[in-house]
Design a protein around this ligand. Structure first.
Ligand code: LLP
Length: 402
C-alpha cells in the first residue's frame, strides 16, 4: 500500500508518483513472453521520459524507441546503449538526422520516401552508411481511439507496402543506406489480439519477399500499443500476443523488437492532487482540485477515464454525481466527469490512477502553472526524481525586450 497522504505531506501536490518495482515486473513479464526467440524491448520514451525512469529501465537491459533527437539524447544520458536506440518520427529535421547518425544509434526508422533521400544525402556528407528501417503502414484498424490509431492509410504514419518495397530496393543499392529493419506500429491502447496478429502477418509477408530479394533485414519491429486496464477493459494475453508474432514469422531469422510504452509504465504511476473546494449549482457538483489538464491531459484530450481514490478526513459514505475539475480557465479542464464520489473537504487527497504513461510527458505550463514534482518508489523508499518547477523556471528563457 502506498501512503499517498504521507507523500503529499512531504512533497506537496500536484505530485506524480511512480512505482519502479512495478515497472520492473512489467518489463520482465513482457520479456518473458518473447523468450522463445531473439528479442529486444525498446521502451517508448514518449510515454514517460523522466531520466531516472529511463535509467531504471536501462539497468534492466531495455533499449529505447525515440521520436525526437531530444529523446535520443535523454536515452543516452540515462545510460541506454546506443545500439539499442531507434529513432522514429514523420518529421525529422536535417539536424536531428545528422546528430542521430553521428551518435551511431541502432537505426533511423524512415516514414517517407523523401525522408529516405535526405538521410542518404546527410549520410553521404558524413561519409558513413546509415542503418535504417522503414515504417510500414499495413492499413489495419487497431480498434482504439481515433487520435491514437496510427496503422490506417488515413493516418500520417509510415508508408504503404508498395512504396516500402520500392524504398527497400533503392536503399539496398545505395552506398549510404543499409536497410536492417522493418517496422510497424498500428496504434496505442489496443485491447484485442487480432489487429496485432493481422498486422504481423502482413508485415512478415513483406519481410519474406525482401529476404527473397537478398535484402538482409535483421530486426522485425512490432511497435508498441499493448493496452492496459484503466477501468474494466479486457487486456490481451502477452503469451498469445508473442505467439502470434512468432507464428507470422515462421522460421525467418530475425530479432523481434517491441516498443512498449504504456504497458511498462501506465499502471505504475499516480497523480496525487488535493481538494481545494467543492461547489454546486442546480445542475452540477464540482470538486475543484489543485491538479489540472496541464498536469494530466488525457481526460480532456481523449475523454479518457482514469480511476481515482479519495482519501478523505470526512467519513461520508454517500456518493453523488460530480466532476473533478482543475483551476485552468477552460471548460475542458477536468480529470473526471460524471463520476460518483463522496463529499470532500479542503485538503482531502484524490489519487488519479494509471497516470504513469502520457501523464507528465504531456504536461505543459498552460496558465503559467509550474509542472508537478515526480517521485519514484523503489523497494519501499521514496525518492524525488524531478523537482517541482518554480515560476522562475518558467520565466528563465524569456527576454526582456522593452
Ligand atoms: N512505438 C511508436 C512508433 C509509437 O508511436 C508509440 C506511441 C509507441 C511505440 C508506444 O505505444 P504504447 O505502447 O505506449 O501504446 N498520448 C496517447 C498515446 C500516444 C501514443 C503515440 N505513440 C495517450 O495518452 O493515450
Amino acid at each position: 500500500m502506498i501512503d499517498f497522504q504521507q507523500l503529499s505531506n512531504k512533497y506537496d501536490t500536484p505530485l506524480y508518483v511512480y512505482d519502479f518495482n512495478e515497472i520492473s515486473k512489467n518489463y520482465y513479464e513482457l520479456k518473458e513472453a518473447f523468450k522463445a526467440r531473439k528479442s529486444m524491448l525498446c521502451y517508448a520514451v514518449k510515454a514517460n521520459s523522466n531520466l531516472s525512469l529511463l535509467k531504471h529501465l536501462a539497468v534492466l537491459g531495455s533499449g529505447c524507441d525515440c521520436v525526437s533527437i531530444g529523446e535520443v539524447k535523454r536515452a543516452l544520458v540515462a545510460g541506454v546503449q546506443r545500439y539499442k536506440i531507434i529513432f522514429s518520427g514523420v518529421g525529422k529535421r536535417d539536424i536531428e538526422i545528422k546528430e542521430a547518425l553521428q551518435k551511431d544509434i541502432l537505426m533511423l526508422n524512415l516514414e517517407s520516401e523523401e525522408e529516405m533521400y535526405r538521410v542518404e544525402k546527410i549520410a553521404q556528407e558524413l561519409k558513413i552508411e546509415a542503418r535504417i528501417s522503414i515504417r510500414v503502414n499495413p492499413n489495419i484498424d487497431p480498434k482504439t481511439h481515433p487520435y491514437i490509431s496510427t496503422g490506417l492509410h488515413e493516418n500520417k504514419f509510415g508508408v504503404d507496402i508498395q512504396s516500402a518495397k520500392k524504398m527497400y530496393l533503392y536503399a539496398n543499392r545505395s552506398n549510404s543506406l543499409n536497410p536492417i529493419g522493418i517496422h510497424f506500429h498500428i496504434g496505442s491502447q489496443i485491447t484485442q489480439t487480432t489487429p496485432f496478429k493481422d498486422a504481423a502477418i502482413v508485415i512478415a509477408d513483406l519481410l519474406k519477399s525482401l529476404k527473397a530479394a537478398n535484402i538482409d533485414i535483421k530486426f522485425f519491429d512490432v511497435g508498441g500499443g499493448v493496452g492496459i486496464r484503466y477501468k474494466d477493459e479486457e487486456t490481451i494475453s502477452l503469451y498469445e500476443y508473442a505467439q502470434n508474432i512468432f507464428e507470422s514469422l515462421g522460421n525467418q531469422d530475425v530479432t523481434i523488437v517491441c516498443e512498449p510504452g504504456r504497458y511498462l509504465v501506465g499502471n505504475s504511476g499516480y497523480l496525487v492532487t488535493k481538494v481545494l473546494y467543492e461547489k454546486r449549482n442546480d445542475k452540477k457538483r464540482f470538486v475543484i482540485v489543485d491538479a489540472a489538464m496541464n498536469d494530466l491531459l488525457r481526460p480532456s484530450l481523449y475523454r479518457a477515464y482514469h480511476d481515482f481514490e479519495l482519501i478523505s478526513a470526512k467519513d461520508s459514505k454517500e456518493k453523488s454525481l460530480a466532476d473533478i475539475v482543475g483551476p485552468i480557465c477552460e471548460s475542458g479542464d477536468f480529470l473526471a466527469k460524471d463520476i460518483y464520489m463522496q463529499e470532500t473537504q479542503h485538503d482531502d487527497i484524490i489519487v488519479m490512477k494509471s497516470a504513469g504513461a502520457y501523464g507528465f510527458s504531456m504536461s505543459s505550463n498552460y496558465n503559467s502553472r509550474p509542472r508537478a514534482a515526480e517521485v519514484a518508489l523503489v523497494d519501499g523508499k521514496d525518492r524525488l526524481i524531478r523537482q517541482r518547477e518554480a515560476i522562475e523556471d518558467l520565466l528563465r528563457l524569456e527576454i526582456d525586450f522593452i
